[in-house]
Design a protein around this ligand. Structure first.
Ligand SMILES: Nc1ncnc2c1ncn2[C@@H]1O[C@H](COP(=O)(O)OP(=O)(O)OP(=O)(O)O)[C@@H](O)[C@H]1O
Length: 400
């Protein structure tokens, strides 16, 4: 059965929309989300008073089509529970899950099974491969369950085996492969179904660091090639920063901050996030948007030009070698300048003065060569001057 939402605009441009999601384990768990005197308790206090654990607490977020959405948090923060709630492998206690306009909490078991087979694929930490089946048969397993013909299964399995770089290993058994290669089989199996969403639950945690980095690069490449929407669970910040278009940071099941990697590093929502991102080399994450400033009256504006999305690390040499401030220009519009001081402050790992990023308002007029009033656009404003909620991120809805 397909249950459509009453309000079509809810999560309209999202592929997956989560609203007020809770998962509480324990006795009479269902009462917790609905009773403010319980819902407001810390996880530890709730457990002490009721014996219940709130693994996921009141989460709301949207995942856009084609986005790599990372959920990050320490052990026990609720990541695995959350990713299993998305397809109701774990039954949520409260909240809404809307996928392509369909309310998944209203879907019956048959519909859920169909969705899990055709729309979602999961990649697990411990690969989940069938040991007695060869690579090719592991990869085509999901297609077999779906009832596809043997020639179709073979053709598709060969395609994805090529895609993940396993050609020549079709007839190996899992135990004959290294951990990294086994996880490539896991990836190929997930891709074989041609799902709309790939769900990754700490897929690389069991791999050693070099292989892990190689696999991360592989996911970036695959995403570029196949453009799938991905929800990626990790406890590793560098992995989150490398892969995530946006990152949701969880603590004790609750959202702490949702934003792009540079937003988490450049404008942490609180001390917890600040501590989390403390060791990240800022120059590798922050772009010139974070340090651009208004030109001073005595400065000559005939220096080199760079775009606002160039990383500070990549701009460092040019800025330090130039004898004029470097102009930061987007679509022919001068946004401001960057000089040695701004660059060195970031390279020396000092927080940007403003802790703010310059965002071009949507539909900004382009005046080639004209200095725009930079400070009018500096602020904790998202696109189109809308306020940024630290958890939900910039308000992307149409104000109308
Ligand atoms: N079936 C369950 N019954 C009771 N409590 C549970 C159950 N599953 C998870 N929890 C609790 O919910 C909380 C969140 O667990 P979860 O496994 O989702 O966290 P996680 O962030 O994925 O951690 P890890 O990285 O260690 O896997 C933890 O306190 C955990 O003990």
């Amino acid at each position: 059965m397909t249950a459509q939402l009453e309000s079509p605009e809810a999560g309209a441009d999202a592929l997956l929309s989560i609203e007020g999601l809770w998962k509480v384990f324990g006795p009479k768990a269902g009462r917790v989300p609905h009773r403010p005197e319980l819902a407001g308790l810390s996880r530890a206090e709730l457990y002490r008073r009721t014996g219940c654990t709130a693994a996921v607490r009141d989460l709301s977020f949207d995942v856009a089509p084609g986005e790599v959405f990372v959920v990050m948090g320490l052990s026990g923060s609720g990541k695995s529970t959350l990713v299993r709630c998305l397809t109701r492998l774990i039954e949520p206690t409260a909240g809404r899950i809307v996928f392509e306009g369909e309310d998944l909490r209203a879907a019956d078991e048959k519909r859920l099974r169909t969705l899990r087979r055709s729309k979602f694929s999961m990649v697990f930490q411990h690969f989940g491969l069938l040991p007695h089946r060869k690579v090719i048969d592991n990869v085509s397993y999901g297609l077999e369950i779906r009832g596809e013909s043997k020639p179709d299964r073979r053709r598709r399995a060969h395609e994805v085996i090529d895609l993940v770089g396993l050609r020549g290993h079709e007839n190996f058994y899992p135990e004959q492969l290294s951990g990294g290669m086994q996880q490539r089989v896991g990836l190929a199996r997930a891709l074989a179904n041609d799902p709309d969403v790939l769900l990754f639950d700490e897929p690389f945690s069991a791999l050693d660091p070099l292989i892990r980095r190689e696999m991360q690069t592989e996911v970036v490449r695959l995403h570029r090639e196949v453009g799938k929407t991905m929800v990626f669970i990790t406890h590793d910040l560098s992995e989150a920063l490398k892969l995530g278009d946006r990152i949701l940071l969880l603590r004790d099941g609750a959202p702490v901050q949702l934003g792009t990697g540079d937003e988490l590093v450049g404008a942490p929502a609180d001390d917890y996030v600040r501590e989390f991102v403390r060791d990240v080399p800022r120059a590798d994450v922050l772009t010139l948007r974070w340090i651009v400033r208004q030109p001073r009256p005595d400065e000559q504006l005939d220096g080199p030009e760079l775009g606002p999305d160039v990383l500070v690390r990549e701009a460092t040499r040019l800025v330090l070698e130039a004898d004029r401030p470097v102009k930061v220009v987007a679509d022919g519009q001068l946004l401001g300048v960057v000089g040695d001081e701004e660059i060195l402050a970031v390279v020396a790992d000092k927080a940007p003065e403003s802790g703010r990023r310059l965002d071009l308002p949507a539909g900004a007029r382009v005046d080639a060569g004209v200095t725009a009033p930079v400070d009018a656009r500096l602020g904790t404003q998202g696109e189109a001057g809308r306020p940024v909620d630290p958890v939900r991120g910039p308000d992307r809805r149409d104000p109308a």
